[in-house]
Design a protein around this ligand. Structure first.
Ligand code: S6P
Ligand code: ZN
Length: 198
């Protein structure tokens, strides 16, 4: 087995962009079709151009158990209708894999749920560490006026299952009510389950 040497990198650049990274992922409005509950607001915004909603800087490591995939996630501030800019969100393909987030800057919320329908929302503020246990899907939501910046690390063999969330979203949405973030039920959640029960 090849043994890598230890390495370091800095997060000193403006906006916490890592001093070294291997992948820079940019997710725009067109990659979020079907994710925002206000479809009219979504279509109006998408028609104006392909706005950048969030970015991820990844350090490439082998996708193997024992490795830790890690990097910086930056969700820009903004809204589609009354819903804040957010990541797609996902379960890990290997469901029993955890993830750790450290909030470096900004204000937001991590929306989480399990396949059994249990849910949790934790506020993200600079200096706060969030442990996402195995089996919890996770989505970062920027509820502030500045970038929401987090450092993340998760097991190399975890993989990403986006499809489950794409089908019905998360159980809870974070929306602006009188200028403040509020947790509300996602009207679309459970549709699939109801159909399956018919
Ligand atoms: C990966 C980890 C983060 C997200 C990033 C973007 O397991 O949770 O790196 O990839 O925050 O979110 P998403 O849902 O588009 O991958
Ligand atoms: Zn993850």
């Amino acid at each position: 087995m090849m043994t890598d040497r230890p390495f370091t990198f800095e997060l000193n650049a403006p906006g916490f962009v890592p001093s070294r990274y291997d992948n820079h992922i940019r997710r725009t409005i067109s990659s979020m079709r079907g994710q925002y509950h206000d479809t009219a607001a979504y279509e109006a915004m998408a028609a104006e151009g392909d706005a950048l909603l969030y970015e991820v800087y990844e350090l490439a490591r082998p996708h193997e158990a024992g490795e830790l995939l890690h990097g910086i996630s930056i969700v820009h501030p903004g809204r589609v209708g009354d819903e804040y800019y957010m990541t797609k969100g996902h379960f890990h393909t290997v469901l029993e894999t955890a993830e750790i987030y450290v909030c470096l800057s900004g204000q937001g919320m991590m929306v989480m749920e399990t396949p059994e329908g249990d849910w949790a929302v934790e506020a993200l503020v600079a200096g706060r560490v969030l442990y996402v246990p195995p089996c919890w899907a996770h989505r970062s939501v920027n509820t502030g006026d500045d970038d929401l910046i987090t450092f993340f690390a998760y097991p190399g063999h975890a993989g990403h299952d986006y499809g489950t969330i794409e089908q019905q979203g998360f159980r809870k949405l974070i929306v602006a009510r009188d200028g403040r973030p509020e947790i509300v039920d996602n009207p679309r959640w459970g549709e699939k389950i109801m159909r399956n029960d018919e």
